[in-house]
Design a protein around this ligand. Sequence first.
Ligand code: CUA
Length: 182
Amino acid sequence: MKVDLYEKIWMWGVGVMLALFFTSTAVAAVRDSLQPPSHVETIDPTRVMADARFRTPGVSVDAAGHVQVRIVGMTFAWLPADITVPAATPVTIRVTSMDVVHGFEIVRTDGQTMVLPGYVSQFTTTFDAGEYLITCNEYCGVGHHTMAAKLHAVPRAQWHAPAVAASTPTQILAQGGSHDRR
Ligand code: CUA
């Protein structure tokens, strides 16, 4: 079979490219242990708001001083829709879904993960000071394009750790609101 010289060059070129791509993926996965930004932690998607891990969505600081944000995705919103974190500080984002698959993306940062019902996705990242848009990048239904939130990263000195929530949304509902009725 006669193969044109020009065609041979392309065939070898494609072969070399494929070898390079597979090698770089294998090196990243095996030597650098690069994995998708998720870990296998399960949750009952029908009871997310009753689960201690997501009962109070939002920002908190744990005993070791580590900043954590808990976010719940649902059709068609992120809860909470407005988040303020300290800049230049590692922030751990934990996010789960109450219904279908969503895509959590903090635009123009490396903060991105798929959000699957039944699982808790988690990653840690650091922000430069500024305002960021959070979108859903996984088509999830007719309101997909409206699924947005804001993240503000403010200089550490201007950031105040939120007070520990006195009551959970469930408790407030059970009490018939937050008013004192004697
Ligand atoms: Cu949620 Cu698209």
